[in-house]
Design a protein around this ligand. Structure first.
Ligand SMILES: C[S@@+](CC[C@H](N)C(=O)[O-])C[C@H]1O[C@@H](n2cnc3c(N)ncnc32)[C@H](O)[C@@H]1O
Length: 243
């Protein structure tokens, strides 16, 4: 049952995506009972405090399995978190992987996991606000972000690091990701966004349309996150005038 359907059941009060997001950010930041390591995709991973925790979500694994990894190519992950997707890209044949995150603990966490899985020589990890730390001329065969989909007011201040993984104040980061991401591609490069039903897909599509872009759903799956079902979508962003 969707959250919309839940709200029509007598006695059930619909939670706003903002409220759900606040609870998720808290859960991802909680230290009590949080393991220092976890298993995913048949491998063991380090998990540092303050980092979005793949143990609390199906998204990391779904996107890691759904994404195309360009063999011998260049892969960029925005918002790498614990580094599972970036390291997986290197393990699946990408010659060079760049992984960036705005949260310093996520940068350290991805470095740890790249070293743990023997791919530190081809995974470069940077602290960056979206594309800011990259050389302006750098281009990639695949660019991906499992993004902070929950809309927040433009003046919302993320006071704990895991809120950055969940909330995008004013959808400013999504706007930048679409506009700058499409310009970061090689000739046949592909731009992907990991989205879910806590986000505002209509707002995303309107932003894309204003830039001459469209978002096409490539994969979808619904899983329970806490008490509520969440639908995860892998979107591909392309120019409207591209066939
Ligand atoms: C939903 S989490 C995904 C983490 C990881 N990729 C995964 O799938 O497990 C979103 C990530 O984006 C990062 N992030 C949020 N805003 C960012 C920004 N402006 N620039 C770079 N990274 C950002 C967060 O810190 C967080 O690690």
């Amino acid at each position: 049952m969707s959250t919309g359907e839940l709200s029509r059941v007598p006695g059930v009060v619909q939670q706003s995506s903002f409220d759900v997001g606040m609870r998720l950010a808290q859960r991802h930041g909680e230290l009590e009972g949080r393991p220092a390591e976890f298993d995913l995709l048949g491998l063991r991973w380090d998990l540092l405090p303050e980092v979005f925790a793949p143990i609390h979500t199906a998204s990391t694994e779904l996107f890691a399995r759904w994404l195309p990894y360009p063999s011998g190519g260049k892969f960029l992950e925005i918002g790498c978190g614990a580094g599972v997707i970036a390291v997986n890209a290197a393990l699946h044949g990408c010659a060079s992987v760049s992984a960036v995150d705005i949260v310093p603990a996520a940068v350290r966490n991805t470095e740890l996991n790249a070293a743990r899985h023997g791919v530190a020589d081809r995974v470069r990890v940077l602290g960056s606000d979206i594309f800011d730390a990259l050389d302006p001329d750098e281009r990639f065969d695949v660019v991906f972000w499992n993004s902070n989909v929950v809309p927040a007011p433009a003046d919302f201040d993320c006071t704990i690091p895991t809120q950055r993984a969940i909330f995008d104040p004013g959808y400013a980061a999504h706007k930048r990701y679409l506009r700058e991401g499409i310009a970061r591609l090689t000739e046949n490069g592909r731009l992907f966004l990991g989205f879910n039903s806590l986000g505002d897909i209509a707002r995303l599509r309107a932003l894309a349309a204003r830039m001459g872009l469209r978002a096409t759903e490539m994969q979808r799956a619904t899983h329970r996150t806490g008490n509520a079902p969440v639908t995860f979508q892998l979107l591909e962003i392309t120019a409207t005038n591209r066939l």
